[in-house]
Design a protein around this ligand. Structure first.
Ligand code: NIG
Ligand code: FE
Length: 402
């Protein structure tokens, strides 16, 4: 194996599991092979001799794993700025949704758009994430709500990964809202999700996981269970929008299906926390949505810590509850609003985000064998990545060694 590229004179935050803190290495070196995998990440003094095509002097800059956003609704048409104004005038997110706005207004716009238009509309949002060192992003469907429109949305998301040098991880969220065609027949819609959409999504390899919005204004736990069973039947993993506005015991249901993650979780109780811990289900916290809907119920951080539930952070980028395209600001909100530590925030957008996507074996830490996805920062200490608001100290982003 030939070392193809070497980054020297760097300070590393490897995020390696089991190391204390951020796995910091003062005089660090990273070498990557011709296939874009990390050959070595560690102290410069202990590095093996590596024939290198190119040596890059980092001049003491910090290197972290490339950032990972494990929960977004990045692909949609239109915007909801007018609903923001309604909310400023006193309307609640739930009231707007019940009046036919909310998710459904984005569904109308998304159905009217072509696949190419959806990709084009999402590109500036994706570029904003990439500009801050994001190398992997999860993207959900859920604004089509017909077989054809859900497939269109997923294909548009997949095309983003071809338009940019970024890894796109797709999730199918057909059970996001009840489409107008099925008003009064939620079970009928769930049948179509299970019997038509999931088989088609699986057949085209368009998603690795299936998500559901389990909520009073979404779908019931019984309907969620049916969707999870269909997902399992097609070899797809599951995850859940759980306990966002009320406690539906969704996280425990997700854990029962060994879900990758349960997300939002403001109204999660201790039984749900314990179930997640047992199943290894990651808590994906979304401080942008908490902030934007002015939620006052905090997710049970102390319980998550006490039970050892892994915590990840994501933007939840979507037009209704979190028009946010910054993982750096997400970390700041995680610290400021949820009182997460700097270590928890940085692990939350790297190692734990990788775990939430079921990809910890490939990405999320700086370790030999993983893909060489790096973010190189113009900072003096890692805490700066969490501390600042609206400032981007990214120096270079590296994906697969390039
Ligand atoms: O993650 N809660 C459901 N889904 C999104 C909101 C989608 C929307 O309002 O368009 C969320 O908050
Ligand atoms: Fe979401």
């Amino acid at each position: 194996m030939h070392g193809q590229r070497i980054w020297t004179n760097a300070r590393l935050a490897t995020l390696t599991l089991g190391l204390s803190g951020l796995g910091e290495i003062d005089h660090g070196l990273i070498a990557c092979d011709a296939d874009g995998a990390i050959l070595y990440a560690g102290p410069e003094a202990e590095a093996p001799t590596l024939p290198a095509a190119e040596v890059i002097d980092c001049e003491g800059r910090w290197i972290t794993p490339g950032l990972i956003d494990p929960h977004t609704h990045l692909v949609y048409a239109g915007d909801r700025a007018h609903e923001f104004e309604l909310r400023l005038a006193g309307a609640s997110y739930e009231a707007i949704a019940r009046a036919g706005g909310g998710i459904l207004s984005t569904v109308t716009a998304t159905r009217a758009a072509t696949q190419e238009q959806l990709t084009a509309a999402a590109l500036p949002r994706l570029d904003a994430l990439i500009a801050e060192g994001v190398t992997t992003v999860e993207i959900k469907s859920g604004y089509g709500l017909t077989l054809a429109d859900e497939l269109k949305q997923l294909r548009a998301a997949r095309a983003l990964g071809e338009a940019r040098d970024v890894d796109v991880v797709l999730s199918f969220l057909g059970a996001h809202a009840l489409p107008p065609e099925y008003v009064g027949d939620a079970d009928g819609y769930i049948a179509s999700v299970c019997e038509q959409m999931i088989p088609a999504v699986a057949a085209e390899g368009l998603a690795g996981a299936v998500d559901v919005f389990c909520e009073g204004i979404g779908f019931t736990p019984a309907q969620t269970r049916r969707v999870f069973e269909a997902a399992r039947g097609h070899g797809l993993q599951v995850k859940l929008h759980a306990e966002q506005l009320s406690n539906q015991n969704g996280a425990a249901l997700a854990a029962e299906f060994c879900a990758l993650s349960a997300d939002h979780l403001e109204h999660l109780d201790e039984a749900g926390v314990a179930a997640m811990a047992l199943a290894g289900t990651v808590a994906v916290l979304l401080p942008g949505a908490y902030y934007f809907v002015r939620e006052t119920q905090l997710p049970p951080i102390a319980l998550l810590r006490a039970h050892g539930v892994p915590i990840a952070l994501a933007t939840d980028c979507n037009p209704g509850t979190s028009p946010l395209t910054s993982l750096l600001l997400t970390m700041n909100m995680g610290a400021t609003l949820f009182r997460l530590t700097v270590e928890e925030c940085l692990a939350g957008v790297t190692r734990e985000a990788a775990r939430a996507l079921g990809r910890l074996d490939q990405i999320g830490t700086l370790e030999a064998g993983k893909r060489c996805d790096l973010a190189i920062w113009e900072i003096e200490r890692p805490a700066e990545l969490v501390y600042r608001m609206g400032f981007n100290p990214l120096h270079t982003r590296v994906r697969g060694g390039r």
